[in-house]
Design a protein around this ligand. Structure first.
Ligand SMILES: Nc1nc2c(ncn2[C@@H]2O[C@H](COP(=O)(O)OP(=O)(O)OP(=O)(O)O)[C@@H](O)[C@H]2O)c(=O)[nH]1
Ligand SMILES: [Mg+2]
Length: 226
């Protein structure tokens, strides 16, 4: 009986911190994106290719969550942008407090894009607001086109679906039209891009989406400053 109130209390404390973080991000014109997927769908690969495409001097930083290792931070640090690992020690999602702590040594004035890779999990991260502007869910074609129906919360809450590993389509039974239909059944009008992090296919669409969102955040920030 008392499990529900406890959970509510934890979540409302998380929401309080997330709200503060969101206000700080907006005040500094930082676009924060929270990447969520099941383990191995390609979050780190998407971030690697994205960072690889940025000219040096971009005001971008990355936080990456993992239950146990710092493998992803090592992969992402190769591109010369600031990267911090958040090791959750068993917890299946990032929370706003973890993000707040990880940001303590960075000046938000120096950033305009913060990319947050969540722990690989399609369930728990959906319940924890990190103060991000948008959640992005990554689904690979090796996982089955029914996933939006089975894990609706994360597809409903995410602004964009990145359908990854399209290079594998000839080898796996994945009906991409059905996947898109399922995502939009859960989240009408959901934006979807199809990519392969291995070949780079579809990256123009993903980069266009990102550039558009960065422009929007910048415009809002400038407008707010007047
Ligand atoms: N064929 C193919 N493999 C891919 C693609 N993107 C990622 N992979 C592979 O999928 C595996 C997992 O990719 P990661 O980027 O580590 O996945 P992740 O979502 O960050 O995984 P966790 O952090 O463990 O949740 C790696 O072996 C990648 O090389 C793709 O577009 N095509
Ligand atoms: Mg990863």
């Amino acid at each position: 009986m008392d499990r529900i109130p406890m959970e509510r209390k934890v979540l409302s404390e998380n929401d309080r911190i997330a709200t503060e973080l969101r206000e700080r991000f907006r005040r500094h014109g930082v676009l924060c994106l929270n990447f969520i997927s099941s383990p191995g769908a390609g979050k780190t690969s998407l971030l690697e290719r994205t960072l690889e495409g940025f000219p040096s001097g971009q005001r971008v930083a990355v936080l990456t969550g993992d239950i146990q290792t710092d493998n992803d931070a090592q992969r992402l640090a190769r591109f010369g942008f600031p990267v911090r690992q958040i090791t959750t020690g068993g917890t299946c999602h990032l929370d706003a407090r973890m993000v707040e702590r990880a940001l303590a040594e960075w000046r938000l004035e120096d950033l305009d894009l913060l990319l947050v890779e969540n722990v690989g999990n399609l369930v728990c991260p959906a319940s924890y607001d990190l103060g991000e502007e948008s959640k992005i869910v990554v689904l690979s074609v090796a996982e089955g086109e029914d996933k939006p129906l089975k894990y609706p919360a994360i597809f409903f809450k995410s602004e964009l679906l990145v359908l990854n590993k399209i290079d594998l389509l000839p080898h796996v039974p994945f009906a991409i039209a059905r996947a898109r239909e399922n995502a939009r059944r859960v989240h009408p009008g959901m934006e979807i891009v199809e990519v392969s992090c291995t070949t780079g296919a579809g990256f123009e669409s993903w980069r266009r989406w990102l550039a558009h969102r960065r422009d929007a955040a910048r415009t809002e920030h400038v407008a707010g400053a007047h």
